[in-house]
Design a protein around this ligand. Structure first.
Ligand SMILES: [Zn+2]
Length: 387
């Protein structure tokens, strides 16, 4: 039996704007991200993290103050709400050229060499080059795409569904839990620790909150913003390196044991990010999303299938007698089954449940590879097409 599974590949399409179009894009980026700051301030001050409620309050102001089209204003609110899903302990500041999410209502392809895109100066057509890609499989484009600016050039990041064949026929399944205490735990009982990364982040979280205290409604806002940017860059590079090392180790181990890798769908990971106060920043969905996508693409390169499972109650279910109860978790890091008495470290127990669920019958899937550093958009999920 061989597997065909769907991966989301991200095409990077370069835009070729003339000077006037370039200015329109720059103005749109700045307006979009300033609008994000505006919405972020209100969300944070009013503790309003729900898209519908926030939209009710800020939508009209965003449209008027920042001259954004209706759908771009909606995107601003969505982006702000999304980043607060990961972390509500600090006020979020957006960099001037943070990516803009476009959906088909505000961006469309005109043939193979042009896009039509909504800007603060109205809708414009911009030439593009598909470069090394022979063609763009328009029929397989997934919903939204990101407009990004790198080194003063503009790119469209387009997620495309691509069928691939897994090379190995797995004989085992290795469950991997993205843990609370550890970055990951696998179902053989191996812990992948994040001690080092956590220390650096604790230190930086302190610094950040101090910078943010001076940062808002103050003359030095620009400079505080610059410091914040620098800080998060350093921190993110560090997290990224750690995530690379750990994901590599996990995939290497799976290959050595002819195992498919089972992981939770992203939604579940996000649900579990409400960890003890003060540590919340550390386990944000951005980092989980990154390590997950690293595991997926390294697994794909190694020909290892990745199975995404329904994450509900993976931390509350007993892997032996299958009793599901909140009471199975007397402490955060501890599992003790109220029916059969099974005891263990909570993250490890979760990894066993993940493995068991994958074994029952699951499609083989893998997710998107996103390289840029903005917080992730909604969960990327692909479905299986064959067996
Ligand atoms: Zn039990």
């Amino acid at each position: 039996m061989s597997y065909i599974y769907i991966v989301l590949k991200t095409l990077q399409i370069k835009l070729l704007p003339d000077e006037e179009q370039k200015q329109a894009l720059v103005d749109t980026f700045v307006a979009f991200n300033e609008a994000c700051d505006f919405a972020s301030k209100i969300a944070f001050e009013k503790k309003l993290y729900n898209k519908v409620f926030l939209q009710r309050i800020v939508y009209r102001d965003i449209r008027e103050k920042f001259n954004l089209a209706a759908q771009l204003a909606v995107r601003v609110i969505a982006k702000v709400v999304e980043t607060y899903k990961a972390d509500r302990t600090t006020f979020h500041v957006f960099r001037d050229f943070g990516s803009i999410v476009y959906d088909p209502r505000i961006l469309s392809f005109k043939g193979i060499d042009q896009i039509s895109v909504s800007t603060v100066h109205g809708r414009i057509r911009i030439p593009m080059t598909i470069g090394k890609y022979r063609k763009i499989p328009f029929e397989r484009i997934r919903g939204q795409c990101d407009l990004v600016r790198k080194n003063k050039l503009f790119y469209l990041m387009v997620a495309v569904e691509t069928p691939e064949e897994a090379i190995i026929k797995p004989e085992n399944i290795m469950g991997v839990d993205m843990g609370i205490v550890n970055i990951a735990v696998d179902s053989t009982g191996k812990y992948y620790s994040g001690d080092q990364i956590n220390e650096v982040r604790d230190h930086n979280a302190d610094l950040r909150s101090r910078l943010q205290a001076v940062g808002y409604n103050h003359a030095s806002r620009k400079s505080a913003k610059r410091h914040l940017k620098k800080l998060s860059g350093k921190e993110r590079r560090f997290a990224r390196d750690t995530n690379h090392v750990i994901s590599k180790e996990i995939v290497h181990k799976a290959k050595g044991t002819s195992s498919a890798i089972a992981i939770e769908n992203l939604d579940g990971i996000r649900m579990r990010t409400t960890v003890r106060k003060g540590k919340r920043y550390i386990h944000n969905s951005w980092s989980f999303h990154q390590i997950r996508s690293f595991i997926e693409y390294k697994a794909r390169e190694a020909g290892i299938p990745v199975i995404a499972i329904d994450p509900h109650n993976t931390s509350r279910e007993c892997p032996i007698c299958h009793t599901i109860s909140k009471k199975n978790r007397p402490e955060r890091s501890q599992f003790r089954c109220i029916s059969c008495g099974l005891e263990g470290e909570a993250d490890y127990i979760a990894s066993l449940n993940i493995r068991n669920r994958a074994a029952v019958s699951q499609p083989i899937v893998a997710g998107a590879i996103f390289d840029h550093i903005d917080p992730p958009a909604a969960s990327q999920r692909a479905s299986a097409v064959g067996s």
